[in-house]
Design a protein around this ligand. Structure first.
Ligand SMILES: NC(=O)c1ccc[n+]([C@@H]2O[C@H](COP(=O)([O-])OP(=O)(O)OC[C@H]3O[C@@H](n4cnc5c(N)ncnc54)[C@H](O)[C@@H]3O)[C@@H](O)[C@H]2O)c1
Length: 447
C-alpha cells in the first residue's frame, strides 16, 4: 500500500475542557480603583452601556489554519469561557465601603455612570481583610480580621470562602490580588516547603505577608490565584508546590499597564531593527491611593524591581553587547494628588542607529491606570477558570501577556516581549482545541 500523503493539517489531540456550567465567583482582594473599575465595567457592559474595550477574551479574534482558510473566530467563541452574565463578585478590603462608594472614591468612572449602576455595586460589601500595616505602611483601616496568628487568619479566610461560594451558588471560584503593593520581600528559608510555611504562619513569622495568607487560603480551597501586584506572594516554593499538589492554576505578577505596557511594545521593535539603547529615563505622576502607597520607599522598591527588569530581558545585552551593554534605566513614581487615577508617564529614550548616531524618543502617556487594568482582570478571571477546567496546573506562563513580571518555571527567564507573549497565549488556546499552532513560516503558500 502506498504511504499516506502527509497533510499540512496535523491536528494535535484536543484537550478535554469541562464546560463552564453555573456561576463563576470572582473574589478580589482589595476593592480599590482597579477592582471597582472592573466590577462596574462588567455591570455597564452587561447592561449594554459600553463595550469591553481592551479585553482580548471579549473582543479578540484568533486565526485558525492557513491564511487562505478564512477561519477567524472570536476568542470567546473558540474556547469555552464563562459568560459575563455568570460572573459573581466578592471582595475583601480594609475599608468597609461598598463597591459603589469605593468606585466614587477612586474617581475613575464618571458619577453619572456609577449612579446608573448603583444597585448592583451597592450590594458588594467587602469582607474583613487580613491586613498588617507593617506590609503597607501608608494605609490603616478598620475592616480587618483579628486572630491569634497567621495560620488562624488563613483558616478564617478558608471558612469565609466556602460560605461565600455556597451563598452565591457558584460552581467555581477564582481569586485575584488587586490590593495595595506590599513592601519588598525576598524568598526566605521559611518559604521553602509547605511545612515550613505553615509553621511560620503559626509563629507569626514576618516573612509571611498578608498576600501569601490569601493565596494560601485560595489554594487550600481549590481556587486558582492571580497576583496583580508586584508582591512576592505566590512566587515562593511552598505555594507553588501547593498549587501543583492541588492541581491549581496560578499566575502573576503585576498587571502590565501604562508605562511598562509601552516599553514592552517599543523595545521589541528597537531590537528587531538592531537599534541601540543608551538609556531610558521614566517618570510618573500619579495621584490615586496606589500612588500614595507607592510613595513609601519600601512599597516602591517592590514596584521598581518589577518595572526595571523588563528592558533587560527583552534587549538581551549579553547577546547584543554592542547595542545594549550597560544601558541606563531609571524609573520614578511621584505621588501627585491632583491627577488622581489619571497618571502621566514620561519616557525619555536615548537610542542610537547607523554608525552610532544618537536619536531620542519622547513618550508622554496620559493614561488611565485602572481603565487599562480592568480588562486585564476580566481576562485573567476567565482564562484562569478556563485553565482550571482544562486541567492546567501550576504556573500559567501563557498568561505572561498580562504581567510586568511574568512567573515562570524556576531557572527559566521570563518572556517580556508583548508580541511573543500574545503568540504564546494564542498558540496555547489553539493547542487546547487541537488546532495547528501558527509558526508564521508560510512557505506552503509558495509551493
Ligand atoms: N492600576 C493599574 O494599572 C495597576 C497596574 C499594575 C498593578 N497594579 C496594582 O494593583 C493593585 C491595586 O491598584 P489600585 O489602583 O486599585 O489601588 P487602590 O489603592 O485603589 O486599591 C487597593 C485596595 O486594596 C486595599 N487593601 C490593601 N491591603 C489589603 C489587604 N491586605 N486585604 C484587603 N484589601 C487590602 C486598600 O484598602 C485599597 O482599597 C496595586 O497593588 C497596584 O500596584 C495596578
Amino acid at each position: 500500500m502506498p504511504a499516506a500523503k502527509p497533510t499540512t493539517r496535523t491536528l494535535t489531540k484536543q484537550t478535554e475542557i469541562i464546560p463552564p456550567k453555573g456561576k463563576l465567583g470572582v473574589l478580589l482582594v482589595g476593592l480599590g480603583a482597579v477592582s471597582t473599575t472592573f466590577i462596574a465595567g462588567v455591570a455597564a457592559i452587561k447592561k449594554g452601556f459600553a463595550e469591553p474595550i481592551g479585553s482580548l477574551t471579549q473582543m479578540g479574534t484568533i486565526r485558525l489554519g492557513k491564511r487562505t482558510d478564512n477561519r477567524v473566530p472570536l476568542v470567546k467563541d473558540f474556547v469555552p469561557l464563562a459568560q459575563l452574565s455568570d460572573l459573581v463578585f466578592g471582595a475583601w478590603d480594609i475599608f468597609p465601603d461598598s463597591a459603589y462608594e469605593a468606585a466614587l472614591n477612586a474617581g475613575v468612572l464618571e458619577k453619572e455612570l456609577l449612579a446608573r449602576l448603583k444597585g448592583p455595586l451597592q450590594k458588594i460589601r467587602p469582607m474583613r481583610a487580613v491586613f498588617d500595616q507593617n506590609y503597607v505602611k501608608r494605609l490603616s483601616g478598620t475592616n480587618v480580621k483579628t486572630g491569634k496568628n497567621k495560620f488562624v487568619l488563613a483558616h478564617q479566610l478558608i471558612e469565609e470562602i466556602a460560605e461565600w461560594k455556597q451563598r452565591n451558588k457558584c460552581s467555581r471560584v477564582v481569586m485575584i490580588w488587586a490590593a495595595s503593593t506590599e513592601i519588598f520581600l525576598k524568598v526566605h528559608p521559611v518559604h521553602k516547603t509547605l511545612e515550613s510555611f505553615e509553621k511560620a504562619m503559626r509563629e507569626n513569622h514576618k516573612a509571611i505577608a498578608p498576600s501569601m495568607i490569601y493565596a494560601y487560603a485560595a489554594l487550600k480551597s481549590g481556587i486558582p490565584f492571580a497576583n496583580g501586584a508586584p508582591n512576592l506572594t505566590v512566587d515562593i516554593p511552598a505555594l507553588r508546590t501547593l498549587a501543583d499538589k492541588n492541581k491549581l492554576a496560578i499566575c502573576g505578577k503585576d498587571f502590565k499597564t501604562g508605562q511598562t505596557l509601552m516599553k514592552t511594545i517599543i523595545a521589541p521593535g528597537l531590537k528587531a531593527r538592531m537599534l541601540g539603547l543608551h538609556g531610558c529615563y521614566s517618570t510618573n505622576i500619579l495621584g490615586n491611593r496606589d500612588g500614595e502607597v507607592l510613595d513609601d520607599p519600601e512599597s516602591f522598591k517592590t514596584k521598581e524591581e518589577s518595572k526595571l527588569s523588563v528592558l533587560e530581558y527583552i534587549l538581551q545585552p549579553e547577546v547584543y553587547p554592542s547595542l545594549y551593554k550597560d544601558f541606563s534605566h531609571v524609573v520614578r513614581i511621584n505621588y501627585y494628588p491632583p491627577r488622581g487615577d489619571n497618571k502621566e508617564g514620561w519616557d525619555n529614550i536615548d537610542i542610537f542607529g547607523w554608525l552610532g548616531y544618537p536619536m531620542q524618543i519622547k513618550i508622554d502617556f496620559l493614561c488611565r491606570d485602572s481603565i487599562l487594568a480592568a480588562p486585564i482582570v476580566l481576562d485573567l478571571a476567565l482564562f484562569l477558570d478556563l485553565a482550571q477546567r482544562a486541567g492546567m496546573k501550576g504556573v500559567q506562563e501563557w498568561l505572561s501577556f498580562y504581567f510586568k513580571s511574568p512567573q515562570t518555571a524556576p531557572g527559566l527567564y521570563p518572556e517580556h516581549d508583548i508580541f511573543i507573549q500574545l503568540m504564546k497565549l494564542k498558540n496555547t488556546l489553539r493547542h487546547l482545541r487541537g488546532e495547528d499552532l501558527i509558526t508564521h513560516l508560510g512557505l506552503e503558500y509558495y509551493d
